[in-house]
Design a protein around this ligand. Structure first.
Ligand code: NOJ
Length: 765
């Protein structure tokens, strides 16, 4: 480039930055005051009394440690220097054995003889708190039995763009649903001594440019959408949080005083420690990020190569020179040890018995227990039946010949772990790719499971496992009682690219020409059943209304028992009750947010994410958020809405821990109704409560504020009770920096999806 053009491009860059800066204040929060070094310790904001004893004990122990030891607690020993993806060294003088931090939300990564669970997005699709908790209890037991101290889970970023690569690790597009998923998962993971690590704090909602971009989100949206799952994690007593790769409002998340000291440690009163994501960038404060609220650096070295760490010797120097106060270092070490003590990890906690890098060095402890049964159950409970015409499902006695078409029906011929961190889409898609995945001990493919079932009932199965051989697909499907077409869409973490998809999906269409495959089969078989294994929404317009497509099963990512879970749904051993944790649109352009391609990822849609946007703009979705069919029919009746407490104010307290105050979260309104199973088979209904706020609140037309999973025998009825708190009605007033409850009339909509108002009432607030 010649000098003139170089100078011109620099001038343009400066100009465009400053021009853009003019438009930026809308996103800015304006919290750029001095860092709050020692964030308050209030014990009232977490599960009662949980932290006090552990923190006091940790303080005592920390007072005996040298600066070097305290810094060692805060600095990973380096990549691949220990058996886990992150390792903290032992300090024998205080009987501290060190820490093993290991990925990830789908199973114990880089270990053998473990289970691969249904993905987070499937856990959310159950809309069933008990199952989400059970999944986490089982997952937590496996981590602990492998000797992991800290599970790098759960993921609780929001599904903002439907194309975002890691959406499947998360709990969907609605903050309330994601919050319940986060709460139950943290409770389950930590129930028996494991530490959970809530990630990624915050606004890491895409893979594209994740290590450089800035997510710019207005303060109200931050509070009402993106912070909520972390609030629930803190309520559940989460002991660690991972700050994210991206910048937030032009400051790297891991050196961001506003989000770490301000939102997390002050407003939410978080008492545990904050670790970086692996090799995060920091530019402004680096070592002094300690003053901005960072407590631990992972995996220790700052960069992929070289041995430089933001902490380690640099932190010792910074403490010695007074740039990081020693009280702050004490606070960091206290938080890390308090988390260890509060989880009881000093009492007979198993030692690490696997090696991520040299599997042969591991002890090969089989930690699976009977989790396969639970995984099969959750796999089925998270399967969403989207279409079922002419009584196609469940398959009846009359179905004696089946065709299975598509590569997703069969196994990966090279084995389920043949690609690093599951970075290929060959054979049944049980989980996405990246750090959130794990090695399958086994993976039940649909062909094996369906063939076994068919054999037991005297039915025949023909198959064509090619996605592209349309002649073979046609031949296999012709003349069969039913033809099942399997299609997929995969995604994952951005350090791996699969079939040209760089983590984030290139588009929302089925991979491998899936639309053509469905239409080919539907062209010759009038009972075509489509099975979708996908990381999220796919566009189905090419075939959804085809009269020969009688049923569509959206199975998500079911984990290691995928084939068996599917059999349970197909033959009706399980009556489907999964619900969509996101909207399926008719066109990609119907969604309010897409992957931001530039440095600045401006969340201009604000509160209008997913169904909130479809409602506001009156866009008809193909399938709305919360939607899913059953093999039976439910009727709703008898809505009653009653206030429990008095009207003691409409403005929440401010100050440390205020966002978790009892005033805000205690039960306030109780909503009751009855659900009747009026069909001939037992089933589980997922009643959902949406609040429609008054216009004065400037809120989306309606927002999920309650749901339940209710099993109801055929022809029986069940009472349902949902409680709302002040928080259910509150909006974040950015100017006043507190939660406030707009007064007025609130609509209360009860139904089986976000677009299904089976019952409606209202309440004056
Ligand atoms: C980067 C990912 O973003 C994070 O989720 C993971 O826990 C770490 N790598 C460690 O593998």
């Amino acid at each position: 480039m010649n000098t003139f053009f170089f100078a011109l491009s620099i001038a343009f860059a400066i100009l465009s930055t400053s021009v853009f800066a003019l438009h930026k204040p809308y996103y800015r929060r304006g919290h750029h005051g001095p860092a709050r070094l020692n964030t308050p310790r209030t014990d009232s904001t977490n599960p009662p009394g949980k932290w006090a004893a552990a923190t006091n004990r940790a303080k005592g122990v920390v007072s005996t440690l040298s600066t070097e030891d305290k810094v060692a607690l805060a600095t990973g020993i380096g990549w691949q220097e220990g058996p886990c993806v992150g390792n903290i060294a032992a300090i024998p003088s205080i009987n501290f054995p060190g820490l093993c931090l290991q990925d990830g939300p789908g199973g114990v990564r880089f270990a053998d003889l473990i289970s691969v669970f249904p993905a987070g997005i499937n856990a959310a699709a159950t809309f069933n708190r008990n199952l989400i908790r059970d999944r986490a209890l089982a997952l937590g037991a496996e981590f602990k039995a492998k000797g992991v101290n800290v599970a790098l889970a759960p993921g609780m970023n929001m599904v903002r763009s439907p194309r975002a690569g890691r959406n499947w690790e998360m709990f969907g597009t609605d903050p309330y649903l994601a919050g319940e998923g986060s709460f139950e998962t943290v409770m389950g993971l930590q129930a028996n001594g494991l530490q959970a690590c809530a990630k990624h704090f915050i606004n890491n909602e895409q893979e594209t440019n994740r290590q450089s971009s800035s997510s710019n989100v207005d303060d109200r949206t931050t509070h009402e959408i993106y912070l909520h799952p972390f609030l629930k994690a803190v309520q559940a007593g989460v002991v660690s949080v991972m700050c994210s790769y991206n910048q937030v409002d032009e400051t790297w998340a891991c050196e961001n005083d506003h989000i770490l000291n301000g939102l997390l440690k002050t407003e939410l009163g978080f008492q545990g420690y904050v670790t970086t994501d692996w090799w995060v960038n920091m530019e402004k404060y680096k070592t002094l990020a300690a003053n901005q609220g960072l407590d631990m650096v992972m995996p220790g070295a700052s960069f992929y190569s070289g041995n430089v760490s933001y902490f380690g010797p640099a932190l010792i120097d910074a403490v010695n020179s007074g740039q990081v106060p020693s009280s702050r270092l004490d606070d960091m070490a206290t938080r890390i040890l308090a988390a260890f003590y509060v989880q009881g990890q000093d009492q007979a906690y198993p030692a690490v018995n696997f090696d991520s890098w040299n599997p042969a060095n591991g002890q090969h402890v089989d930690v699976r227990g009977d989790h396969g049964n639970l995984i099969r159950k959750i796999g089925a409970a998270s399967t969403v039946l989207l279409k079922n015409s002419r009584g196609a499902l469940p398959l009846g006695d009359g179905v004696k010949s089946l065709a299975l078409v598509g590569s997703d029906a069969g196994p990966n011929p090279d084995g389920p772990n043949s690609c690093a961190d599951r970075s290929c889409n060959i054979g049944i898609l049980g989980i996405g790719w990246g750090s959130g995945t794990a090695n399958f001990t086994y993976l039940v493919d649909p062909l094996s499971a369906i063939t076994a079932k068919a054999r037991s009932i005297g039915a025949n199965v023909a198959s064509s496992l090619s996605d592209y051989d349309l002649v073979a697909a046609r031949n296999a499907s012709m003349g069969k009682d039913a033809a099942l077409v399997f299609i997929t869409s995969d995604s994952g973490e951005g350090y791996l690219t699969v079939e040209g998809n760089p983590g984030d999906r290139n588009n929302l269409y089925a991979w491998h020409g899936g639309d053509a495959l469905v239409n080919t089969v539907a062209g010759v078989n009038n009972n075509t059943i489509v099975v979708v294994h996908a990381v999220g929404a796919i566009i189905m317009e090419a075939w959804i209304d085809h009269p020969n497509v009688t049923a569509v099963i959206h199975a998500g990512l079911q984990g290691q028992e995928a084939g068996n879970s599917l059999v349970d749904i197909l033959w009706g051993d399980v009556n489907p009750s999964g619900r969509l944790p996101y909207t399926i649109a008719k066109s990609p352009s119907d969604y309010s947010a897409d992957i931001g391609p530039n440095h600045d990822v401006d969340y201009t849609e604000g509160l209008y994410l997913d169904y909130r946007w479809f409602d506001k703009q009156n866009i008809s979705p193909r399938f709305p958020f919360g939607y899913g069919l059953s093999y039976t029919t439910f009727a709703y009746s008898g809505l009653a809405i009653n206030k429990l407490g008095g009207d003691d104010g409409y403005e929440a307290p401010t100050g440390p821990g205020s966002s978790l105050s009892g005033w805000l979260h205690d039960d306030w309104i109780v909503v009751t109704f009855a659900v009747n199973n009026i069909g001939p088979v037992d089933g589980t209904e997922i009643p959902q409560l949406y609040l429609a706020p008054p216009d004065s609140s400037n809120s989306p037309p309606k927002q999920l504020r309650g749901f339940d999973s209710v099993f109801i025998p055929r022809y029986a009825s069940s009472p349902v009770r949902m409680c709302l708190s002040r928080y259910s009605f509150a909006v974040w007033n950015a100017a006043n920096q507190r939660w406030e409850i707009p007064r007025g009339t609130y609509g209360v909509r009860i139904g089986a999806s976000s677009r299904d108002g089976k019952l409606s009432g209202s309440i004056e607030i």
